[in-house]
Design a protein. Structure first.
Length: 175
């Protein structure tokens, strides 16, 4: 079925060159210096050495490639770093229900991420969001099981949901 013209939302074309240059692990000043150095070396060899067609192609390539790398370095230096898209916020009611369900599973005992995933049959993302929220709220402890080498999850304080994390020694001295 053909969609009538004008019915599709306008999509802004992303600047793929800018995205590529920003992903390069080389600092912009190193790209500029390296590119200019390669171009200067190619120009010097072309002026000093006369090696015919092969030399012209080789030294001209050095000049062209070096200039291109220098321009990409300038582009990277002048472009602002892309702002990361914020993580989608989970509805507090959904998060509360997810927390209740994870709490019910963990009330039966310590389990791994895969164990929780198998029992709850959720997506990885939903379970990670819930576990992070529970850990931040102090309702959950993430611990490394030294026998199996797996990360395990258990409740902080039995049936209490949302209790603060355990007290530090300094907090215990004040009580």
């Amino acid at each position: 079925m053909r969609v009538p013209t004008g019915q599709l939302p306008a999509v802004r074309a992303e600047d793929t060159l800018a995205a590529f240059v920003q992903r390069l692990p080389v600092p912009p000043m190193a790209m500029i210096a390296g590119g200019l150095g390669l171009a200067a070396l190619g120009a010097l060899f072309a002026a000093v050495l006369s090696s015919g067609f092969i030399g012209a192609v080789l030294f001209g390539g050095m000049l062209t490639f070096g200039g291109g790398v220098a321009l990409l370095g300038l582009r990277k230096a002048s472009a602002s770093a892309p702002t990361p898209t914020p993580a989608p916020q989970v509805d507090p009611h959904v998060l509360a229900e997810r927390t209740r369900r994870v709490h019910a599973v963990l009330a039966r005992g310590t389990t791994t991420f895969e164990g929780l995933l198998a029992q709850l049959r959720w997506t990885d993302r939903a379970l990670v969001e819930t576990l992070v929220a529970m850990k931040d709220a102090g309702a959950l402890i993430e611990d490394l099981d030294l026998d199996s080498g797996e990360w395990v999850y258990r409740l902080q304080y039995g049936d209490a949901i949302g209790t603060p994390a355990s007290m530090t020694l300094a907090d215990r001295q004040q009580h």
